[in-house]
Design a protein. Structure first.
Length: 167
């Protein structure tokens, strides 16, 4: 648990760096808030996060930090199950960036075999350009948690690609 809290602290630092790009909408949690010049300071602990199923039929959970993940610019924590869970090939209409907080993750791009993808542990960063076919996976025994930010709403569009054929 100490390691998770340490990693969450790193995530909060990342949040501060990208916060200026996020919509300043407080999450639906009981957090301490301080108003200064029309902005709201937000302080979250892991216990404050409200995890919700991201997609029907997928064991992926989101916990929003700011905005509305599927409707507005947003900052969101995402949790994938451990045990080598990999999404189907897909694209996003807009680019996004993410930081791994726990577990080991991969993001094979189109034509890349999952076993050849770079394994990213806590503190690792990735950026996926808009319309890039890829998969995202958690390849550790323990669940993977990452923080992502998009200055636009999130979307997920399944695609057929070489990634699927190489599994």
């Amino acid at each position: 648990m100490k390691k998770f809290k340490y990693i969450m602290t790193i995530g909060m630092l990342v949040l501060g760096v990208v916060w200026s790009n996020a919509q300043n909408t407080p999450p639906d949690t009981s957090v301490q808030r301080l108003n200064t010049d029309g902005e709201t300071a937000i302080f979250l602990t892991p216990e404050d996060l409200k995890w919700e199923t991201a997609f029907d039929g997928f064991p992926i959970n989101f916990a929003k930090v700011s905005g509305s993940t599927f409707k507005t610019p947003h900052s969101t924590f995402s949790k994938f199950p451990g045990g080598n869970f990999i999404t189907p090939p897909h694209i996003h209409a807009h680019s996004y960036q993410a930081v791994v907080l726990s577990g080991k993750m991969i993001n094979p791009m189109e034509g890349e075999k999952p076993e050849d993808a770079k394994v990213m542990g806590p503190g690792s960063y990735w950026y996926v350009p808009a319309n890039q076919i890829h998969t995202t996976g958690c390849v550790s025994k323990e669940p993977c948690v990452f923080y992502m930010h998009q200055p636009v709403p999130f979307n997920f569009e399944p695609r057929t690609s070489e990634v699927k054929k190489n599994k």
